[in-house]
Design a protein around this ligand. Structure first.
Ligand code: ADP
Length: 640
């Protein structure tokens, strides 16, 4: 070994994943080639884009991906003319797993392995590491475009790898797999066979825009004249799939294309193909995945929709083409009109991009609508994975978005009556005279369904929606949208005046009377709770519970408060309103104790007990649990 050799450890998660690869019983092992070709094609794209702005970087006249086989040594080598990697990039990209969600994935994988489901690997997509499905040793020589030195990376997947200086004439990457012995029963075909390689490339990588070449040996002539000729052959058609006649493209081809661009290993849920002709010409080929990537809620998420101009790759993850609430969409937009030199910086202001973005949203929303109408099962899958993201689109930055109503019509919510109801179901079941769509936000259905806030609604058999995604706090927040002219109303806010005009009036009068009766008690309680609540008042929404906490119309909900805190922001102290049920026996006893001149300390204790109880009833956290539990213990001791 030369002195330049360094031995490195894989990062812990990378190590675990490699280990999984090596011992995997994942049957579809041939996909390693798809993964390596995808990486090579990405690398060539990157080199082309980099060459536009960096004069040090040349783009080869004939970019290519080459496959070489050495039968005797049982190796398969993939050589590309891509951007290559510097030594530190090798460490960063290959030695560590940057993918977010890796930990969660590995935990799931462990569970699944015990349950015998190795196909989970496919859901994560392990890229380069899939080499170890078929090889027990991998060598990689890579030279970064614009640099003079190359790096040799070697690993047997045993937790360590070595780095060494190397020679390479051109920028690019060569990856040599030392193949495991063929074992067809376990999906290990003989990957040194020309026909096998040809088959795999055709199946998974036909549309790759650079030639995938291999030297083919063939015999020529007859009798004594027979000779062997070797020549380079391109194995893929390189035809952009979105530019082909739709009638000619098979589902499988679309699916493989999807996997190529998304680096997902699972078939997409659905696809959208659209061609605009006229003043603006462009083609869109879009996919909705069948499951959420692990990093859907992490905003640095990469891959989305790639931008092409006249079949030439311009950039991946073109954010300006895709509204954030559709960030799960994958695919390609190919424009006939944009300049080949368009840069990320000017995209945002480009009118054509804006128009395409609008069109993209329209097409995606109408495809989701189609699923909802024609394919209930797929729609449910869609909703389960992406519903919470889609809902971000209801809120458009300055209040209601343009498509709010359409998105609302696609939403599924749990309610007091059913699971996963649509708003049109809800509206069709509304009671005569009901003017609002009632909802409640909170952590989960279980907690919400037992909340005291619902009591009056339950009694009147009014359906209430349970909104349990964090995003629900946002769109119902300061400027909630309307659905078919119906306003949304939180059961945890305002005064809950329900029923007909007559019933309301009656309730009002009764409450006025009770206010006189309980007035001084309320004042006394308020005095002791001044730090925690802004008002203590009598309630119209409680029928069984003694108390609950509510907000004013524009108050922040406790969930929103929690969300802000978890984002490291200080929402300031939020005071809510403590509502008491005048018909509850506790109130009667309290009033009695108060009028019999119970001492002030006693009233303070009761006030804190009631406030604590109301906090717990809605699944909230007590500010001072020790005090609450001491008071409760004292009270029980006295009572028993
Ligand atoms: P993914 O491709 O999903 O990001 P991989 O593990 O396959 O994950 O690759 C990790 C990174 O290594 C890539 O994002 C890329 O930056 C780099 N890489 C992989 N293969 C090549 C290649 N042939 N040429 C240049 N860079 C590569």
């Amino acid at each position: 070994m030369s002195t330049t050799v360094e031995r490195h450890e894989f990062q812990a998660e990378a190590k675990q994943l490699l280990d999984l690869m090596i011992h995997s019983v994942y049957s579809n092992k041939e996909i390693f080639l798809r993964e390596l070709i995808s990486n090579a094609s990405d690398a060539i794209d990157k080199r082309r884009v980099a060459s536009l702005s960096d004069s040090e970087i040349e783009f080869p006249a004939e970019p290519e991906i080459r496959i070489e086989v050495d039968d005797a040594n049982r190796t398969l080598t993939l050589i590309d003319t891509g951007i290559g990697m510097s030594r530190s990039e090798v460490v960063e990209y290959i030695g560590t797993l940057a993918k977010s969600g890796t930990k969660e994935f590995l935990a799931k994988m462990k569970e699944a392995k015990e349950a015998g489901s190795p196909e989970l690997i496919g859901q994560f997509g392990v890229g380069f590491y899939s080499s170890f499905l078929v090889a027990d040793r991998v060598d990689m020589t890579t030279r970064r475009a614009g640099e003079d030195t190359a790096t040799l990376w070697k690993s047997s997947g045993d937790g360590t790898y070595t780095l060494d200086d190397a020679e390479r004439d051109e920028a690019g990457t060569s990856i040599t797999l030392h193949l495991k012995p063929a074992d067809e029963e376990n999906g290990l075909d003989d990957f040194t066979k020309e026909w096998k390689i040809r088959e795999i490339v055709k199946k998974y990588s036909d549309f790759v825009t650079y030639p995938v070449k291999m030297e083919i040996e063939r015999t020529e002539g007859e009798g004594d004249e027979v000779k062997t000729v070797r020549e380079m052959e391109t194995l893929n058609s390189m035809k952009a799939i979105w530019a082909r006649d739709p009638g000619e493209v098979e589902d499988d081809e679309y699916n493989e294309f999807y996997k190529h661009i998304s680096h997902d290993w699972t078939d997409p849920l659905t696809r959208i193909r659209f061609k605009a002709e006229g003043t603006l010409e462009y083609t869109m080929l879009l996919f909705i995945p069948s499951q959420a990537p692990m990093d859907l809620f992490q905003f640095q998420q990469r891959r989305g929709v790639n931008l092409y101009v006249k079949r030439i790759f311009i950039m991946d993850d073109c954010e300006d083409l895709v509204p954030t609430h559709l960030r799960f969409v994958r695919g390609v937009v190919d424009s006939e009109d944009l300049s080949l030199n368009i840069s990320r910086e000017i995209l945002q202001q480009d009118r054509q991009i804006q128009l395409m973005r609008k069109q993209l949203e329209k097409k995606v929303l109408s495809e989701i609508e189609r699923l909802k109408r024609d394919d209930k099962e797929k729609f449910q899958t869609f909703w389960q994975h992406f519903g919470a993201v889609l809902k971000e689109g209801i809120f458009g930055g300055f209040g209601q978005s343009e498509n709010a109503e359409q998105i609302l019509s696609l939403c599924l919510f749990d309610s007091t009556k059913e699971e996963r109801v649509t708003l049109s179901d809800y509206v069709s079941r509304m009671q005569s005279g009901q003017e609002k769509i009632y909802y409640m936000t909170g952590e989960n259905r279980e907690v919400l369904s037992h909340s005291p806030h619902l009591e009056a609604y339950k009694k009147k058999e009014l359906e209430v929606l349970f909104l349990t995604d964090p995003v629900d706090e946002v769109w119902t927040g300061s400027m909630p949208p309307k659905y078919q002219d119906y306003e949304f109303e939180s059961v945890g806010k305002g005064s809950a005046d329900l029923g007909s005009e007559e019933e309301k009036k009656e309730a009002e009068e009764k409450l006025d009377k009770q206010k006189d009766e309980f007035g001084s008690l309320l004042e006394a309680l308020q005095k002791h709770l001044d730090d925690d609540v802004k008002e203590v008042r009598l309630s119209r929404r409680l029928t069984e519970s003694p108390a609950c906490l509510v907000g004013d119309e524009h108050d922040m909900t406790p969930q929103m408060e929690q969300m802000l805190k978890s984002m490291g922001r200080d929402p300031g102290k939020q005071k809510r309103i403590l509502e008491l049920n005048p018909d509850h026996p506790i109130l009667g006893s309290l009033k009695k104790a108060f009028s019999e001149n119970a001492d002030d300390a006693q009233i303070a204790d009761y006030a804190h007990l009631i406030h604590g109880q109301a906090t717990l009833a809605e699944g909230g956290k007590l500010a001072d649990p020790a005090r609450f539990s001491r008071l409760l213990t004292e009270l029980m001791t006295k009572a028993m």
